[in-house]
Design a protein around this ligand. Structure first.
Ligand code: NAD
Ligand code: MG
Length: 403
């Protein structure tokens, strides 16, 4: 079989590392075409030494210049260094690329994922934000470009695995009674309001089951990750929001489920290790070794399920309302969340202020029906400005109350 060439957008991140781990197990099947990151010069030097990609791209142009220098110092030849957003799109849509892993975090991952869709690639979608912000446009680009969209997010990958292969792209609405997304509940499941108000970024990033990047770790702690995944599921599987339920499953062994009309519920189980969904998406419809240990059912022994607490974790409720409202609501929600999470990680706002910031942003911006990527980008920018203003005002308001 011919080797397939892979571009990894976001190669220096958590999903990037897991993807490279799987690729390295199958050098006869896959070659590395391009690796990209934002500013991570030294990690990229190491990755270029190890994987010898044809292109290394850093979104930040100054970092790209440094990487080129460093590769010359280390005598790494055969890798061409490029910089900037256009270069990300080029390596995502290049004629010699078969597979694109879209694993840039946040809204920044949207343009390159879209370029891969338009170019008809096999897209392994980890960047859920592309669907959350502009699901309609993204799915239309996938269809127009003749791309194959394979979900990497573990829940969506699980649902995809629980669908019959001939219905994976277009699940038959009659046979399917609904989808069930499982959520771990994050590190603060069961914590009270007072505790949540004073948790630190370190505590929020210490996920009980999954090792992930900082932003998605905080999203898991607020349950916004599940809200984003709800939107992702609605677009990927063409389901209305009411047909996607969320259950908390603290062991993170059942990765999600499909309910069928006959009462059957099909689940996908496995160790919480992203290499499983990555390997499935890489080799689909075949299966390959992912380096993941076999699930020990006896050691796992129990699987618990409970309803999510949307009172204490309002982000899931907010996201559901935004999905139901449609239009630009979810793009606003996503942008405000990114700003609020970044502020929380810098120690500027409390954990509980994340949901409050998103809700206030949604109240203050005018919601529209965006019909182009530039309109979505304008919505995203406006929401970020508004969220920043709300955050900047907040400490002052607290100080005034106290005086
Ligand atoms: P991460 O923070 O570990 O890595 C992010 C990558 O994106 C890095 O390579 C970084 O250099 C790059 N990047 C950041 N900002 C950029 C910018 N402005 N321009 C270009 N590149 C930029 O994140 P992660 O945990 O690997 O998550 C990546 C994506 O996958 C996210 O959308 C996340 O929601 C999704 N995801 C992650 C997991 C997981 O287990 N980590 C699971 C499901 C979905
Ligand atoms: Mg997930």
């Amino acid at each position: 079989m011919q080797r397939q060439m892979v571009t990894i957008l976001g190669a220096s991140g958590s999903i990037g590392a897991s993807t490279l781990d799987v690729l390295a197990r199958h050098p006869e099947r896959y070659g590395v075409f391009a690796l990209t990151a934002n500013r991570a010069v030294e990690p990229m030097v190491e990755l270029c030494q190890r994987f010898a990609p044809r292109y290394a791209v850093l979104a930040d142009e100054e970092s790209a210049r440094q990487l080129a220098l460093r590769l010359r110092e280390e005598d790494v030849s055969g890798t061409e260094v490029l910089g900037g957003g256009e270069a990300l799109k080029q390596v995502a849509s290049h004629d010699d690329v078969d597979i694109v892993m879209a694993a840039i975090v946040g809204a920044a991952g949207m343009p390159s994922a879209l370029a891969a869709a338009q170019a008809g690639k096999r897209i392994l979608l980890a960047n859920k934000e592309a669907l959350v912000m502009a699901g309609g446009l993204f799915m239309a680009a996938v269809e127009a470009g003749g791309a194959t969209l394979l979900p990497v997010d573990s829940e969506h990958n699980a649902i995809f695995q629980c669908l019959p292969v001939d219905a994976q792209a277009r699940p038959d609405a009659e046979a399917i009674a609904g989808l069930v997304l499982t959520a771990s509940g994050g590190p603060f499941r069961g914590s009270d309001e007072a505790f949540l108000a004073q948790v630190t970024p370190e505590q929020a990033c210490a996920h009980p089951n999954w090792s992930m990047g900082q932003k998605i770790s905080v999203d898991s702690a607020t349950l916004m990750n599940k809200g984003l995944e709800l939107a992702e599921a609605c677009w990927l599987f063409r389901q209305p929001e009411q047909r996607v339920e969320v259950v908390v499953h603290p062991q993170s062994i059942v990765h999600s489920m499909v309910r069928y009309a006959d009462g059957s519920v099909l689940a996908q189980l496995g160790e919480p290790d992203m290499r499983t969904p990555i390997a499935y998406a890489l080799a689909w419809p075949q299966r390959i070794d992912a380096g993941v240990p076999a699930l020990d059912l006896v050691a796992t022994s129990r699987l618990d399920f409970e309803a999510p607490d949307v009172q204490r974790f309002p982000c899931l409720r907010i996201a559901r309302e935004c999905i139901a409202a449609a239009g630009s609501a979810m793009a606003v929600c996503n942008a405000a969340n990114e700003i609020a999470v970044a502020s929380f990680l810098r120690g500027e706002i409390a954990f509980t202020a994340i949901s409050a910031t998103i809700e206030e942003t949604l109240q203050r911006v005018t919601l529209i029906e965006p019909s182009s990527l530039s309109e979505v980008e304008a919505v995203d920018r406006e929401a970020r400005v508004m969220a920043r203003q709300i955050i900047e005002r907040r400490p002052v308001a607290v100080a005034n109350q106290g005086s």
